[in-house]
Design a protein around this ligand. Structure first.
Ligand code: KG4
Ligand code: ZN
Length: 334
């Protein structure tokens, strides 16, 4: 009999539940919280409250869509961290209560491992890579290059020293008057722009680490300078600004990915996280450097419970179960 796992994700502003049968996703329900848009970023307390409202209907919908009665579940997997503590507590407490009432095992999942291991969802990438490979997590909260020796033997070899790549998109987008999350909006506007029209600064950071705060400051100063001469500068140049910014961010990312691949002598690179939906990033390396890049399907890029459920399945096979008294962790390294 295939193993059926219910996955629950509530680390930030998406409440999500998914049911997986071995590595095949039967349902993956994600609700977004529009309440944050007007604040220009996620408001932690509002996120926790919205999770409380959403969690039961979302789990119910995931079970219904999968056509599974909860009594046939084999385990509950949930996001233990990293993330917003109040948000994590909602999903974690719900998962624990359900595992206790159904008398089935509980499996804790590291959200950042899950973004990478989403690769192993049956209908995600057509071809799966072998270990070792490099995982590249690019999201609103993280920017990291991870050396993956095995499913649960991962090591961060490079990460951001300040802002994440998603913050670079979102904060610069805010300066352009774009609402949170600005990343997808910049991506869309950039499609109509000339990416070589403007030049923005790239950081000089040793090793495999990243920095995006300098770009943010440079972008701000550039806008201020041009707005002094022409108050309609942003309106007139929005497409070119977005395209040039997107190119700079993409180049900063790939410079380090290339160095990491060379250092570790690895050709296979698995991307994860919301920013991996970006079409410039997805297109950049085609047929270059012999590198083989694996990008998730769009529904598995942003936060989703299918990625939590696949880790649940991988852990279940190894009998890696969790105690009910585990604390959620706002900071939780891979
Ligand atoms: O992984 P995710 O859903 O949540 C976090 O764990 O942070 O990532 C959200 C981030 C936001 O910064 C959003 O602007 C960015 O992903 N994002 C994009 C695109 N789609 C989402 N950034 C650039 N281009 C996109 N197409
Ligand atoms: Zn995430």
């Amino acid at each position: 009999m295939p193993i059926k796992i219910l996955g629950i994700e509530s680390s930030c502003d998406e409440t999500s539940a998914a049911v997986i049968s071995d590595s095949t996703v039967l349902s993956n329900i994600i609700t977004n919280q529009d309440v944050h848009e007007k604040y220009g970023g996620v408001v932690p307390e509002l996120a926790s409250r919205a999770h409380q409202v959403n969690i039961i209907p979302v789990v119910d919908m995931a079970l219904k869509k999968a056509g599974i009665n909860k009594k046939y579940l084999d385990a509950i997997a949930y996001t233990r961290g990293p993330g917003l503590l109040g948000s994590l507590l909602v999903g974690g407490s719900f998962a624990k209560s359900l595992s206790l009432s159904l008398n089935i095992p509980l499996i804790e999942v590291n959200h950042m491992q899950a973004h990478i291991l989403a690769h192993f969802i049956e209908d995600n990438c057509d071809v799966k890579t072998d270990f070792p490979f490099l995982g590249v997590n690019i999201s609103g909260g993280h920017t990291q290059i991870v050396y993956c020796r095995n499913y649960f033997d991962m090591e961060i070899i490079g990460e951001t020293l300040d802002d994440s790549i998603g913050e670079a998109f979102d904060k610069c987008g805010k300066m352009l008057g774009l609402k949170y999350p600005a990343g997808p909006k910049i991506n869309k506007l950039a499609n109509e722009g000339n990416e070589n029209k403007f030049n923005f600064s790239k950081p000089k950071v040793d090793g495999l680490n990243f920095s995006f705060s300098g770009l943010k400051t440079n972008f701000k100063r550039f806008l201020e300078k041009n707005l002094k001469n022409d108050k309609f500068f942003i309106e007139k140049e929005i497409n070119n600004l977005c395209a040039s910014l997107q190119l700079t961010i993409t180049e900063i990312l790939f410079e380090k990915v290339k160095i990491a691949a060379k250092q570790k002598k690895i050709l296979n690179i698995v991307f994860g996280g919301g920013v991996s939906a970006n079409t410039k990033i997805r297109g950049i390396f085609k047929n270059e450097n012999n590198l083989k890049l694996y990008f998730p399907k769009l529904e598995y890029t942003t936060d989703n419970a299918a990625m939590i459920a696949i880790v649940g399945y991988l852990k279940f096979k190894d009998n890696l179960f969790s105690e009910l008294n585990l604390e959620s962790k706002a900071r939780y390294s891979i």
